[in-house]
Design a protein around this ligand. Sequence first.
Ligand code: AOF
Ligand code: ZN
Length: 342
Amino acid sequence: MHNDELYIRRAFDLALLGLGNVSPNPLVGCVIVHNNKVIGEGWHKKYGGAHAEVNAIDSVVDKGLLPESTVYVSLEPCAHFGKTPPCSDLLVRSGVKRVVISNIDTNPLVGGKGVEKLEDAGIEVVTGILEREGLEINRRFFTGLKKGRPYIILKWAETSDGFVARKNYDSKWISNETSRKLVHKWRAEEDGIMVGPNTAYYDDPSLSVRDWTGRNPVRVVIDRKLRLPQSLKLFDGSQPTICYNLSSNQESEGVKYVKLPDSNFLDELFLNLFEQNLRSVIVEGGAQLLNLLLEKGMWDEARVFVSPAKFIEGIEAPRISGLVAEEIIDTDKLLIYKNQNG
Ligand code: AOF
Ligand code: ZN
């Protein structure tokens, strides 16, 4: 009895501990099992740091057990000299008996070569265990490889009668306090946080992580004609900020201005973010930007809070399909959508 799924699930749990710290690298976890007992564990903790397999092997006290052990890893061990030497070489050197993998690493530097190295050394290799779950955990990484743009998460809160703001753009206090804390957790998990010019102006958000412990994402704002006042919190230099526009390329007071062509503005924007190593962006409004992204199919996931509040009139919430999950957050309902055509 191998219990492959059980240990791969543990490797997933470990991988997820790296969320918010390893991008643009994937989340990777590794478990080493001897006689159905875990003798070592590790995960990729920080971008530029040791890979999961290295940390797992390091954690094994009695290395003499390795030749009789199975290594469970959520992603194919790398085969290239990157910031660290290849993990597949390390596993071969350690003399492990069996390696069980969830996903093949579609990074062209790896792409099956890791498995090949292991098999060439006579190690038994199993791939594709809980593959779908693995792809989901590394959806940011795999979307990047496939599409050359960050994973795009849309987030908004709407009233039960379908509005995201009042007529005067006031959108405060639609979702409850617990939901707002959850949003701060989400911000710490993604590389970028984006808003359109209306939200930047009317809400004057700081887009920081305050109600959670974690790192601040890069703030991304669209201001085509550079009309937004410099007094906005977004421009206070307290957090890396990129302002996409049609006329200026410069850096000032901690804000990077990037000029883009008018045609394909959004495609170019996401490409530019990708080139700056951002692998995920959470878009927090406003309705106009959210609708535009939905219309263009430029989104991967949407997280929508529906509060019991009623506005009767105001700015209408975007319409969306592709519901995959529902959760109750105190008084709010949280709906998760996935772009099925993505
Ligand atoms: C693994 N185990 O834990 C991770 C892997 O720049 P480097 O050297 O860190 O290499 C990054 C690439 O290595 C990354 O794009 C992905 O293909 C793979 N990540 N591989 O065996 C790990 N994080
Ligand atoms: Zn590696």
